[in-house]
Write a protein that binds this ligand. Sequence first.
Ligand code: NAD
Ligand code: UGA
Length: 436
Amino acid sequence: MKQICVIGVGYVGLVTAACFADLGNRVVALDVDRQRVENLKKGIMPIYEPGLEELVKRNTKGGRLSFTTSYAEALKGAEFAFIAVGTPSGVDGNADLQYVDAAARSIAQNMTVPLIIINKSTVPIGTGDWVADIVKSAQPKPIDFAVVSCPEFLREGSAIGDFMSPHRNVIGSLDKDAANKVAQLHLPLRSPIVITDLRTAEMIKYASNAFLATKISFMNELADLCELVGADVKEVAAGMGYDARIGRHFLDAGLGWGGSCFPKDVEALAYMAKEKGLNPRILHQVMEVNYDRRKAVVGHLEKLLNGSLQGKAIGLLGLAFKPNTDDMRDAPSIDISNSLLAAGANVRGYDPVARRIAAPLMPAVEIFDDVYKMAQGCDALVVVTEWNEFKQLDLEKVKGLLKCPVIYDGRNIYDPAALKTMGFTYRAIGRGFNGH
Ligand code: NAD
Ligand code: UGA
C-alpha cells in the first residue's frame, strides 16, 4: 500500500484517485473547489462517468479514499502527488498553465517529506522542467523531490476501464529511481510501461491525441468523396480496419471530433510547432476539416428540406460531445445549434444526461427531457451524438410525430435501407447513396 495524493477531482483526477484506491493504495484527493469536495464527501459525483459513483463509494467506505481542500492534509505522509488539474486553451492556442502553476506552488509550500510529483495533466513539452523550477523556488526549505511525467490516456465514458486496462503507461523522468517507483505503482495494471525522459513523455501524449484526431479528419474528408463516387465510408472503414497497420479504431466519419481534449491539444501542438518556427500544415488541415463538418450541417438540411431553414423546427438528438458523458466542452452541438439559429431555425435539443449542463450554454435552444416530446412537430431531426438510446428509438412513432419525416444522421447510426423503406427522407455521412 502506497500513500498517494491526487490534485484535482475532475474527469482524470477523480478516476485516478478512485482507481489507485481500488488497487489497495491510500489516496487523498484534493480540489480547490469546496463544493466539489463537500459533495464528494457526501457521495455526490461532480461528473457523470459510468461506474465512478460505485467505485468512489466503495473505496471511501473502505477507508482508502478521502477528500480534502487542504494541501497540508493531502500531502501529509504522501510519497506520490499526482497533478491532474485542467490545462485549457489559452488565448493564443497554447495551453493555459495557471492551474498547474498554482498546484506546483501549493505542493512546494505544503510538502514536509520527500515527494515524487507526477504530472498527469496534458502539458506543453518542457512543463515538467518548469514545474521543477517552480517547486524548487517556492519551497520554504529544501526537501527532496522529483518531477515525473505520466500522461493519462483514458477516454470519457469508458474512463475506469481505460485506466484499469491501459494500452500502455508512459513514465518520463531523468530520475531513474523516481521513474522506477512510479512504474511499480502501475505494475498491478499489467500494462506495457514505457520509461523515457520528461519531454518525450509529454510529447507522446500530444502526438497520440493529434494522431487520433488526424485519423478521424482523414475519414471525414474521405466521407465527402465517398458520397460523390458512390462508396460507403462505413464499409471502407471496416475494410481498412482489418489491416493491423491501420487498425479499425477512430475511423468513424461523422460530425467530427470535439470535447475537452482533441480540440485544445491539436491546437496546442500546432502552437508549439509554430513557436519553434515550423509550419504544422497537417495539424492545421486536421482542424479545418474537423470544423467544416459542423458548418456543413445547415447546407445539408436546406437540401433535405428543399429550401430555407427560416422558421423550421430542428431537433438535435444528443448534445454531449460524445456518448456516455455529460461533458459539453467544445461539443459539436454548440456550433451546430448556433449556425442553425443563425439560419433562422427554431432549435430543440435532447440529451440523456447532458441537459442540465447544456442548457446555459445554448440559451436559445429549447431543451426537452423526453426525446419523443422533442420530435413532436419537428421538420427534421439531426443525430449529433450516438447515444445507444437513439439507436433503439421507436422510429415508427418518431415518424408519426415529425412534421416532415426527415432524419440527418450525423453519426451513421441507422440502417439507410430500413429508414428508406419506412418512408424517411434520410441522409447519412459518406454513404454513397446520398449522391445518387
Ligand atoms: P477537469 O476540468 O474536469 O478537472 C480539473 C480539476 O482541477 C477541477 O475540479 C478544478 O477545480 C481542479 N483544480 C484547478 N486548480 C486546482 C489547484 N490549484 N489545486 C487543486 N485543484 C485544482 O479537467 P480534466 O478533464 O480532468 O483534465 C485534467 C487534465 O487531464 C487536463 O490537462 C486534460 O487535458 C488531461 N486529460 C483529460 C482527459 C479527459 O478525458 N478529460 C483524458 C486525459 C487527459
Ligand atoms: C480522447 C482520447 O481518445 C483519449 O485517449 C485521451 O486521453 C483524451 O482524449 C484526452 O486526452 O482527454 P475523449 O476526448 O474522452 O478521449 O473521447 P474520444 O472517444 O477520443 O472521442 C473524441 C471525439 O472524437 C468525440 O467527439 C468523438 O465523437 C469523436 N470521434 C471519435 C469520431 O468522430 N470518430 C471516431 O472514430 C472516434
